[in-house]
Design a protein around this ligand. Sequence first.
Ligand code: ADP
Ligand code: MG
Length: 251
Amino acid sequence: MSDLLLTARSLTKRFGGLAAVNDVSVDLFRDHIHAVIGPNGAGKSTLTNLLSGDLPPTSGSITLNGTETAGQSPERISRLGLGRSYQKTNIFLPFTVWDNVRLAAQSRERHWPWNPLRWIGSAQAMAGVNQRCERAIELAGLTHRSQTAAGTTSHGEQRQLEIAMTLATEPTVLLLDEPLAGMGQAEAESMIALLQKLKKDHAMMLVEHDMDAVFSLADQLTVMVNGQVIASGTPAEVRSDPLVQAAYLGE
Ligand code: ADP
Ligand code: MG
């Protein structure tokens, strides 16, 4: 069995009377893609926000690389090895691809609370950050776009840029919220190839609506409806689950 890098147990998030995430457990393994699917409003983005620390859970536990992280800040969770992309784009359009990635890489360093000198003025740290950025941009397939203003790149390249920004913090766990949203077929195919490549050495949670992509990429699949998990298992197991067919796949 591959390494278990993130485990979430009985996560619940209430917004007033609504349980947007209700008693959900997930495991993310290195070299595995765990896809989370479900109709709009199922709680997929909220689950992502709980794992990344963008929202504190109402209850439940999260262990990331051996550390309990439920309710901790996104900056600390990022430093512990979690990287995420957002469903809505997080890019500064007037900045170059390089500068966007550079800013994202720096954000991991920025919050060292008691020792700002660790970052500022350390030539070695700078060189390390630059190297990380180069690697991230190359992995995302954007080297030829480094000096292009992000706003003048294509939609598909902007989604690749989001992934490069995520990779620049050198995460071991990646949470990607709808990376294929709004893409044409050619763009989707190159993103699928990129995700396949990123699977190596990362544990990935992929929230995605494109079922062809999900069934071709996922090692593990969780189906959410109204905040709850209605099925979980291999894609083949989930596909043959009558509850899933009735509630979601409409087959
Ligand atoms: P999905 O990503 O699966 O479409 P979301 O996680 O965005 O679903 O939303 C799940 C439910 O939680 C929805 O009913 C949504 O309206 C609600 N919700 C999400 N975020 C908030 C919030 N910050 N405050 C109140 N309700 C929210
Ligand atoms: Mg969502």
